[in-house]
Write a protein that binds this ligand. Structure first.
Ligand SMILES: O=c1ccn([C@@H]2O[C@H](COP(=O)(O)OP(=O)(O)O[C@H]3O[C@H](CO)[C@@H](O)[C@H](O)[C@H]3O)[C@@H](O)[C@H]2O)c(=O)[nH]1
Length: 343
């Protein structure tokens, strides 16, 4: 990171998760004055404290659903990265109110507490599932984005609130790649929903860099997306089998509740006003207010000839490319080493 962080305090909600742990390590290495980890699980916090042993780290047990606990953790903070979320599609489908409480209302609590505490900037972590959402996880993340936009449009606010949208983060907790690896290593068939289904593939480092990009460049209400490649789930399963030298045995499950065949990272309306920043798109706030009549002549940015940016039309990785990408992941290398040691 190019910013001087020496006298800056950070808060990371969901700080014990995959993103949180990576971000905490990078902020400490970049010289942050203090990094606060906010999450519900004291055991994970304790494990992190013992592992990192850094007196610039502070741990706050709390829940984004509870405004008081968020407010206490936010006092004296300069920057907030909001990663706390319910992010499993199936569980949010079955418990949609829980997703509303954490992802929508909890995010509003984080934005509100940040404004009150005079935080300079907040980056909210969203997902491609928030675009044309069909499941409760995506719907509540879409509402979180709306909360950010409404805050940016409101007069008299000073905290810069922006969002980033991710695709699938490879090897994140509870996701399909660690599941496929576990299945291959146990010589079980790989449970594939639909082999044609496509997803954007991002590394954890890419996702952290995306948040850093937003942190460094955001204006109020901006949304940032990292350009990414995509692959089919069938190719992903084949690549995992090949890496572990196993025959590709598939057990076809069918599409799960609330799943789409492909994801959209940027809608065409957003693409029409997106700024291409090399590895990233910046989608500025649609700053029209409620007086729509004033804008009738201007209209919206033209969308003719502009397309959604989806995991179906993005650069498609084939099996060899997916294999190479998987082999860059430390977790895959560790599993390969373990497999070699046990054979
Ligand atoms: O046993 C399984 C489980 C999943 N899949 C497929 O694998 C792909 C990825 O699934 P999964 O890793 O569960 O991720 P998603 O459901 O796509 O959601 C992830 O990716 C989102 C970004 O799109 C994040 O926001 C979510 O938090 C994260 O869980 C999907 O096509 C699934 O249908 C299988 O084929 N077999």
């Amino acid at each position: 990171m190019t910013l001087v962080l020496a006298d800056r305090n950070f808060l990371i909600t969901g700080g014990t998760g995959s993103f949180g742990q990576t971000m905490v390590a990078r902020l400490l290495a970049a010289g942050a004055a203090q990094v606060r980890v906010f999450s519900r699980d004291e055991a994970k916090q304790e494990a992190m404290r013992l592992r990192l042993r850094d007196d610039r780290l502070r741990f706050h047990v709390g829940d984004v659903r509870d405004p008081d606990s968020v407010a206490r953790a936010t006092r004296g903070v300069d920057y907030v990265f909001h990663a706390a979320a319910l992010k499993q599609v199936p569980s949010c489908e079955f418990f949609p109110l829980e997703a509303i409480r954490t992802n929508a209302l909890g995010s509003a609590n984080v934005v509100e507490a940040s404004e009150r505490a005079g935080v300079a900037a907040v980056v909210l972590l969203s997902t491609d599932k928030a675009v044309y959402p069909v499941n409760a996880m995506g719907m509540t993340k879409a509402l979180m984005e709306k909360v950010a936009h409404a805050h940016a449009r409101a007069e008299g606010t000073s905290t810069v609130v922006s969002c980033v949208r991710y695709g699938n983060v490879m090897y994140s907790r509870g996701s399909v790649i660690p599941l496929f690896v576990e299945q291959v290593r146990a010589s079980r068939p790989l449970t594939v929903t639909d082999p044609r289904m496509t997803r954007f593939m991002m590394s954890l480092d890419d996702s952290v860099r995306l948040v850093e990009h937003a942190f460094l460049h955001a204006r109020p209400g901006d949304l940032f997306v990292r350009k990414a490649s995509a692959c089919t789930v069938g190719d992903l399963a084949t690549a995992v089998s090949e890496i572990f030298d196993a025959p590709a045995k598939l057990d076809l499950l069918g599409v799960r509740h609330g799943e789409k065949l492909y994801e959209t990272l940027v809608s065409r309306e957003e693409m029409a006003r997106a700024e291409d920043r090399g590895d990233y798109f910046r989608i500025p706030l649609d700053a029209r207010d409620l007086n729509y009549a004033l804008y009738v002549d201007e209209g919206q940015a033209r969308v003719d000839g502009v397309h959604d940016y989806t995991s179906d039309n993005a650069h498609r990785l084939g099996v060899p490319e997916v294999r190479s990408l998987l082999l860059t992941l430390p977790e895959i290398r560790a599993e390969l080493a373990a497999a070699a040691a046990s054979s």
